[in-house]
Write a protein that binds this ligand. Structure first.
Ligand SMILES: [Zn+2]
Length: 122
């Protein structure tokens, strides 16, 4: 699903914020228009120490799939930055929740039981 860069930026900021990205983290978005890029937006999450991690919003995917994939990549970046603390925590389990498209909505779900914790975006 096509989305404007400012829309993707808003989503990425909300996702990073709710994942508990460390203080001082910033999110930037630019159009993915390089020859090797799938169409969409390149999202960069930069941490206070200057390290950064990239994610991609693939506009050729269904909207919920694209958002779940973006959330998954941002989660990976945040998990690395917080050194493995599960985020978002999966209640009663030691693992983090996983981003999945469920009935057309990107959600955080338990990777074991598949039960939905909450939508990726409110
Ligand atoms: Zn779980």
């Amino acid at each position: 699903m096509k989305a404007s860069l400012s829309t993707v930026l808003g989503w990425a900021e909300e996702i990073a914020d709710r994942l508990g990205a460390p203080a001082g983290s910033t999110v930037d978005v630019e159009a993915a228009d390089g020859p090797a890029d799938a169409p969409g937006a390149l999202v960069t999450l930069t941490f206070a120490d200057g390290s950064s991690s990239g994610a991609h919003y693939d506009e050729e995917l269904d909207g919920a799939e694209a958002l779940a994939l973006l959330a998954d990549q941002l989660q990976e970046a945040v998990l690395e930055a917080v050194q493995g603390r599960p985020s978002p925590a999966c209640p009663g389990h030691g693992h983090p929740a996983a981003a999945r498209a469920v009935d057309g909505t990107a959600c955080w779900v338990c990777p074991e039981t598949g039960s939905v914790l909450r939508p990726v975006l409110d």
